[in-house]
Design a protein around this ligand. Sequence first.
Ligand code: 7TS
Length: 414
Amino acid sequence: MTEIATIQNSFDVYAIREQFPILNREVKGKRLVYFDNAATSQKPQIVIDALSNYYSNHNANIHRGIHTLAEEATAAFEKTRDTAQQFIHAATREQIIFTRGTTEGINLVAYTWGRQNIKAGDEIMISTMEHHSNIVPWQVLCEEKNAILKIIPISDDGELLMDDFERLLSPKTKLVSIVHVSNSLGTVNPVERIIDAAHKVGAVVMVDGAQSTVHLDIDVQKMDCDFFAFSAHKLYGPTGVGVLYGKKDLLESMPVFQGGGEMIKEVTFEKTTFNDLPYKFEAGTPNIADTVAFKSALDFVSRTGKSKIRAHENELLQYATSQLEQIPGLKIIGKAKEKTSLVSFIIDKTHPQDIGILLDNRGIAVRTGHHCTQPLMNRFGIPGTVRASFSLYNTKEEIDELIIGLQKAVKMLA
Ligand code: 7TS
């Protein structure tokens, strides 16, 4: 039995850890405890090897050459498209558009579908808990078109107020763009209910899957979203690659995003005809090596098994929550019933950044600040939080180290 087959049968966090070389390094003389997974995940050896193998053996530009290397590089690049299609259960491979990441996916929709379809007086709806990348593109569009941005409010626990959402919906609502899982709260939003309600008033729905795709099973057809965007680097893959999924009729009707090589069928100075999906949206030489290596990351997650990963991460979430709640003066921000493995918190009389520095001195990496969700921080009346986000390779012992680090930090700062 191979090592991977063994992992498939039982979740062995220590065997998983061995596949992530960076977890062996020391920071400030201590073994690294990496709790900044919501910002970016670490990479398993197979992803690192795939990158090195691509450049060592197959590097060429894709789609254009007839020589052997070009054919190998093209085949490897296109294989990732098939794997990504299966990973999110898209109906066809043409609906998988490679981007730089979630941010570019959202901007692509704003700059193409948005500019074509949003008119003065139309309404675009987002929520209080959006990442800046799902706020700013819509603000820019609303300003340009004289459209109106509406915000779905949230409860003190960090859950969407669904009754308010349904009240805000009207035939004027043309687009709802909603985060699937909040990067600052961990809240899992009821996207199917949102999509269903939005479709009833004729609105198109975009889902920001940056934080959800690594933790939850994603089935874009069952979800019935119109657009779905995610990033490889939060999914054990390389930085600089992402996927935008869209319903085929929408993608076909949309104007092009960027012009250049690959996205055309024929160019004359009088007129250009555009390529078919997905190439219509993939102008220029893409990030070939990282896209090729992304396949190894998706395969790694699928082989390990999302349900086993989720069970392990849930255990970490429950354990961390119960331990953190025992620290005097600590308040958890985000107590939704449905959460992924992320805890945001503040501690009386301390600044999140000071906590972050003291934890880093113990080799513990957490994120502090507003996490690119400033309006959400304003909703809670705080400048930021300390955020510990857990991944499949984290352990309860590491959470114990976090708790000790926090207890010592509080003693020093309070
Ligand atoms: N949407 C959400 C919900 C995110 O968490 C992020 C990145 C993005 C969009 C943008 O993704 P990108 O890959 O295009 O940058 N979130 C974070 C974070 O929480 N800390 O660093 C980046």
